[in-house]
Write a protein that binds this ligand. Sequence first.
Ligand code: SAH
Length: 453
Amino acid sequence: MNKNDIIRLSIEDMTSDGSGVGKAEGMVIFVPDTAVGDICDVRILKVKKNVCYGKIENIIEPSPDRVDPVCPVSSRCGGCVYRHMSYDAELKVKHKKVYDAVTRIGKVDGSKVTDIMGAFEDKTDRYRNKAMIPVGLNKNGEVEMGFYSHHSHRIAPCDDCLLSPVIFTQISDTFKLFVTKYPYLIYNEEKHSGKIRHLYLRIGEETGEVMVCIVVNGRSFEHQYELFNSIKEKYPHVKSIVINVNKAKTNVILGYENIVVFGKESITDVLCGLKFELSPLAFYQVNRTQAQRLYEKAKEYADLSGDEVLIDLYCGTGTIGLSMADSCKQLIGVEIIDKAIDNAKRNAKNNGIENARFICGDAEKAALQLKKEGITPDVIVVDPPRKGLTEKLIETIVEMNPKRVVYVSCDPATLGRDLKLFEELEYSVKEITPVDLFPRTAHCESVCWLSKG
Ligand code: SAH
């Protein structure tokens, strides 16, 4: 098989990152934007030893799972890998991704995996409460705003992302008019010249408060009050306008310093009945409704009666632990980013929670320290990044002898790996619930309940 060959392919499976898979001439071929059951002509783009990557040229017979993708840029932007499939079909793929990972890698009994918790009331669009929108000029000198295409720094123009609330589209239109008037203000990545790099928007879904944050190569930009005043006038929900200073020659979007130019330094949202302050740098789940349902499930698995000592490892700004603080005796949260710990402490205070303590540090080291201090947790919640837990941390958790462990995971493969070790160390998996926190995208969360013995 060679580059640019066109072959007819039947799509038989999906990868965990949402690509269709077919087989021809002894090769496995990955084709994005296809669905199981598609018969299509595929152009081969890249040939490796046993696998090829292709691009759909023509659909000969569509899969029964196919729907109209609605979004005009979905295939270029690469964010929504399941736009061309029905939501039911997407949920099946995601369930299978979790099921396969925990049964194959984790050797967990498949009957422990429940149905997937799909989007509440099937709200698969406009669920995000945060958007980072790069701004640039194209070859013709026209303003482009949208998303970076998959694995690149090219902007796939998109004026209305279907995952974002309508007010984000409106504010971004106002912003676009401004930068179109003063295009020289736009940052140029290659030359490291110009000022305006990104438009970053956040909304507190429950309160309706909106934050507009402009990421700037500097501390201000010309005509800035023209922009700020028009945003303030048009959108009364905007309660905070901030300049985020990022003068570095880097791909990292946000800098450390924030200058408040209008209103408050953070906006507020309500999650699981508690108030949380969202400053530009504070981590917050992007799909609040589904996060709430995920945390409720985690709380159900923690099965607290009011007397327990609860440790929340990888606690971020404290959301999971704080949502359980009313049902336990003592809460200890651990997180590596000091700003997040400051937020967690403030979140506890703002909600009148007095039985919480937060430690800034690496989860593995902090767990060892807590063990040395003689803390005997009844329940440990973990919510690690994609790479999962370390063996040492799992061993320390087991040595602390909690009755239950609740594992919130954003990567089924590392969850599977870690569950295997837990089971070897006499903690058994009672139940795993996959939760779709990010409809239309490839990601899938799950929450797992482990019990001693
Ligand atoms: N539980 C939180 C955040 C989960 S994201 C929530 O639901 O909102 C994972 C968190 O783990 C991030 O906040 C990240 O900063 C933190 N983290 C990453 N590596 C860590 C480590 N080695 N020790 C402690 N925390 C870590």
